[in-house]
Design a protein around this ligand. Structure first.
Ligand code: ADP
Ligand code: MG
Length: 738
């Protein structure tokens, strides 16, 4: 780094140096020589230091290399510290060197300037000397001239004068020169001062150089010490390395020994393993062979497995077929057993249902309850009539609290048998207001047998859908004053006729009776609604009208067993009968009387028919009323009939209740003869027999109809019906449309 310039600019003033400065040329020369010498010395010293530094660096490199060889030694840390120190020293030495170089440069500059100044001073002094010489010469000349002139008075006076004048001028010039000389001497003094300062600076530089040298020496000693330390460390490391090598060697020898021993063990093992290896190789080869043969083996096994599976499937199929056959046989057997059970219980059953006391019954003694039940027998009912208790026994009695659900549970077996191909009739009998319509139709919130029966049919049909195809059709009709009307037809007023099938099968059918195919409960509801609307539009007072007519819901179920081709047809007739009250007694006249007579006649005819059927009479007076004639094939044979006798428990209705219950009991009390196949076959009239009874007079009283009950000699009608049903199911005969 260059120091501040301490040298004044002498270029302009060099000619003004005083002559006195020439007095000390040797000093300047000496100074310059000293400086140069000193510089040379410094340069030499510098060079030496550089060499030494190089040598140290070489040593350092060597040390580093050795250290590199001794990686992982415990002295690495100390070594690192030493190296750090060394690098610190090197840095300091470097700095000192830089400073020295700066000083060198400075000294060089100063020496150069000094030489220049000396040179200029010399020149200037020479010039001054010359000038002084010239001036003193002129002065001398002038004084000589003045003296010579003084000796030549007149002429010379003038000259003197001139000379005096000139001398004055010379004096002036002299004084100017002297003043200038004075100034130059001052300048020289200043230069000397500057020189002195420079010398002082030089001395301080020398002092600094000496200090630096001392520092360098210190660093060198430090370096030496570090070097020594490093050498010691290296020696220690070397020792340690040797020790480690020895240890490793001895360890390696021990390990080698162990390895040798192991090797010996392995050799012996190898010897023993050889036979095992041979066995393994053998095994491997045989496995390889097996793997090669495996696909073939697999194919073979697969073939045999397939054959076995096929055989097993065949066996399972056979078993399945056998099971199916057995199942069907069992099913038939079950059906037969069920049928037999129902037959044993009686194909005709009579239930009683007592409705609760309602607001319509009014209040007071008239609305008092006259009906009680037997806690231990659900088939017995007691009626308090005119102070006397009359008891009745039916097949089942439903008390007022019996729900629609409970009632339906008792009749659902009948409904499902319709799917199996049986004909079923369910009648609701009783005086108006006793609950017939409630039991059959119910309310929308609490439906009666009609809707529940159809729902059950749909669910049964669905559950059998995997094997059977079913078609359910419904017809809604009414019989009013012995006229049959189609409530789903376009002309509800039109009277329909019941006719014999022209195919000679003896089946009855109603030409023109509308049948709707239904597939869901929604369809059924639509049909009911449709029929209801027709009925409402056709009569002025529906309540009155409905109580004086028989309402019929006829459901026909056609079934086809897809696997066997077996066909079945079952018919479910749900009949809400006209009110059984005895109108005639109250002195009704005209059309009301006529209605009452028709109702009475048809209900009596129904009673007669059921009675005749239940007592297995040979002749059953089906033709005594439109109702029984229409339901002939659903009442005869192995058809099933349920009479639900509805009664009001109110005191005011006891005489009608008594009549209804007597009717129920009369129908039911018929002794069933011993059930035998023969008796069964003999008890049902054939269609031919039915035709023979054509001449029966309509309106025959119950008692008179009983008179007709004589066994007919013809072919066994039950058997005939059974055969007919079977033929019908196999599709050989056309099913009855009603
Ligand atoms: P019917 O058809 O015999 O003339 P209804 O079925 O119209 O008689 O019944 C007459 C009244 O008695 C109706 O209001 C009906 O709701 C009610 N009723 C009938 N039976 C029951 C019963 N078991 N539970 C509740 N109410 C009934
Ligand atoms: Mg009714």
């Amino acid at each position: 780094m260059a120091g501040p310039c301490l040298w004044p600019d002498l270029t302009t003033k060099e000619s003004l140096l005083p002559p006195e400065s020439r007095m000390h040329p040797e000093m300047s020369e000496e100074g310059g020589t000293d400086l140069e010498k000193h510089r040379d010395l410094l340069a030499a010293e510098n060079e030496r230091l550089r060499q030494e530094m190089k040598a140290r660096e070489g040593e350092l490199r060597e040390l580093r290399r050795q250290q590199g060889q001794c990686r992982g030694c415990t002295h690495l840390q100390e070594n690192a510290v030493l190296q750090e120190r060394l690098s610190q020293l090197q840095r300091e030495a470097e700095e000192a060197r830089a400073k020295l170089a700066e000083l060198d440069v400075e000294v060089q500059q100063k020496t150069n300037r000094l030489a220049e100044v000396e040179l200029r001073l010399k020149d200037s002094l020479a010039e001054r000397a010359e000038e002084e010489e010239r001036l003193s010469r002129r002065l001398r000349d002038s004084q000589e001239t003045i003296a010579s002139l003084k000796s030549q008075p007149q002429q010379i006076k003038y000259i003197i004068k001139t000379v005096e004048v000139e001398s004055t001028k010379a004096k002036q010039a002299l004084s100017e020169s002297q003043s200038r000389n004075q100034y130059l001497q001052e300048q020289v003094g200043m230069q000397r001062q500057v020189l002195k300062e420079m010398e002082q600076q030089l001395q301080s530089s020398q002092k600094t150089a000496a200090q630096l040298r001392a520092q360098i020496a210190m660093y060198e000693s430090e370096l030496e010490r570090a070097h020594g330390q490093m050498l010691e460390e290296m020696q220690a490391m070397e020792d340690e390395k040797n020790r480690a090598i020895e240890e490793a060697f001895s360890r390696a020898q021990v390990e080698m020994k162990a390895v040798h021993e192991n090797l010996a063990g392995v050799r012996t093992n190898l010897l023993t393993l050889q036979p095992a290896l041979r066995t393994l190789t053998h095994d491997y080869n045989s496995l390889k062979r097996q793997v090669r043969d495996f696909p073939l083996l697999l194919q073979e096994t697969l073939r045999s497995a397939r054959a076995e599976i096929g055989q097993a499937i065949e066996e399972v199929n056979n078993t399945n077929r056998e099971l199916l056959r057995k199942y069907r046989r069992e099913l038939q057997l079950r059906k037969k057993c069920h049928n037999e059970l129902v037959r044993l219980k009686g194909n005709i059953r009579v239930f009683g249902r007592v409705r609760p006391i309602t607001k319509e019954d009014g209040e007071g003694p008239e609305a008092a309850n006259a009906v009680t039940f037997d806690a231990n027998d659900d088939a017995v009912l007691h009626l308090l009539h005119k102070g006397k208790q009359v008891s009745f026994e039916l097949d089942k009695v439903f008390p007022p609290q019996a729900s629609q659900e409970e009632v339906f549970q008792e009749v659902q077996a009948l409904v499902t048998s319709c799917i199996d191909g049986y004909n079923v009739c369910i009648f609701a009998y009783g005086q108006t207001g006793a609950g017939k319509t409630y039991t059959m139709e119910g309310t929308s919130a609490n439906p009666g047998i009609n809707q529940r029966a159809l729902q059950l049919l749909f669910s049964e049909v669905r559950s059998k859908a995997s094997d059977w195809d079913y078609a359910i059709t419904v017809s809604v009709a009414e019989i009013y004053n012995e006229a049959l009307r189609d409530l789903l037809g376009k002309e509800p007023q039109e009277k329909l006729e019941i006719k014999l099938c022209p195919d000679g099968s003896g089946q009855l059918y109603v030409p023109g009776l509308t049948e709707f195919r239904v597939q869901s409960v929604e369809d059924i509801n639509k049909v009911f609604e449709f029929g209801h609307v027709k009925r409402v539009t056709e009569c002025t007072n529906l309540n009155e009208h409905s109580s004086r007519s028989h309402a019929l819901l006829i459901v026909t179920v056609h079934g086809l067993d897809r696997s066997t081709g077996l066909r079945t047809t079952g018919k479910l007739n749900l009949v809400d009968l006209a009110g059984s009250e005895r109108v005639g007694r109250s002195g009704a006249e005209g059309s009301r009387l006529r209605e009452a007579q028709y109702i009475n006649k048809s209900l009596s005819a129904l009673g007669d028919v059921i009675y005749a059927l239940r007592s297995r009479q040979g002749h059953v007076p089906f033709r005594n009323s439109k109702l029984t004639y229409l339901l002939q094939d659903s009442l005869s044979g192995d058809s099933k009939t349920l009479m639900m006798v509805q009664v009001s428990p109110a005191e005011k209705n006891t005489s009608e209740t008594l009549c209804s219950l007597k009717f129920a009991e009369r129908v039911r009390s018929v002794e069933l003869g011993p059930i035998s196949r023969k008796a069964e076959l003999a008890s049902w009239p054939s269609q031919e027999q039915l035709e023979v009874t054509k001449g029966d007079v309509p309106g025959t009283a119950v008692s008179s109809s009983r008179g007709h009950a004589s066994p007919s000699p013809g072919p066994p009608s039950g058997r005939a019906t059974s055969i007919r049903r079977k033929l019908q199911t196999s599709g050989k005969l056309r099913p009855v449309p009603v």
